[in-house]
Design a protein around this ligand. Structure first.
Ligand code: FMN
Length: 195
């Protein structure tokens, strides 16, 4: 069995829906077990990730970067950095914001830099942008990778209650497909150092 972990923060519940979609996509891959943790839980159990093949970080975009609780969690992982405990594990990330752009790229870049500091290997989105496909005739809200980001899934939610179409179906589908891609990569990669 290959185990992967998703560690997320969600202040108001929108990013939580994206996290659950990534979890569902990953769990659909045979032989992969998925652990879903809030940053608060993960920060209190930092040493419990030694046996996972990969970790996916999820955060809303707040003020153009990861949220403060996620940044606080990143600081806590300095304890792992000292012993290079996450070296050669897979890493990935997703975000969700209120605006269509909202500077989400900076959030994913922040996560990928953390992954670099921990000497992890980043898994990108691996999906085209359906909204720029001339043959796509579906609704904008249903399109896969509708905002056209490539480091990881970027969801966008209206500043209203989280629910069945907030974030939109296309963003949830994108998150599921990413979870599946990450889980397949983790299954192939496994746990262990490169050398
Ligand atoms: C403190 C704060 C800062 C925010 N900054 C941004 C931002 O930089 N860009 C953006 O598009 N939306 C921003 N938003 C909107 C959130 O990204 C949006 O409401 C998101 O859906 C919240 O996710 P959550 O429910 O998981 O917390 C901000 C919201 C808050 C509370």
């Amino acid at each position: 069995m290959t185990t992967i972990a998703i560690i997320y923060h969600s202040g108001y519940g929108h990013t939580k829906l994206v996290a659950e979609a990534v979890r569902d996509g990953a769990a659909s891959v045979d032989g992969v077990e998925v652990r879903l943790h809030t940053v608060e839980e993960a920060g209190d159990a930092l040493d419990s990730f030694d046996d996972v093949a990969g970790i996916i970080f999820g955060s809303p975009t707040y003020m153009g970067s990861v949220s403060a609780p996620m940044e606080d969690f990143f600081d806590k992982t300095s304890k792992i950095w000292f012993r290079q405990g996450w070296k050669d594990k897979l890493a990935g990330g997703f975000t969700n914001s209120g605006s269509l752009s909202g500077d989400k790229l900076a959030t994913l870049q922040r996560m990928s830099v953390l992954a670099g500091q921990q000497q992890m290997l980043w898994v990108n989105l691996g999906l085209g942008n359906q909204t720029s496909d001339p043959d796509y005739d579906g609704a904008f809200e249903d399109a896969v990778n509708r905002v056209g980001g490539y480091l990881g899934p970027m969801a966008q939610s209206a500043n209203a209650e989280p629910g069945p179409n907030n974030p939109p179906r296309g963003d949830i589908k994108t998150a599921k497909l990413y979870g599946e891609r990450f889980a397949k990569a983790a299954k192939r990669w496994g746990v262990g150092l490169i050398e």
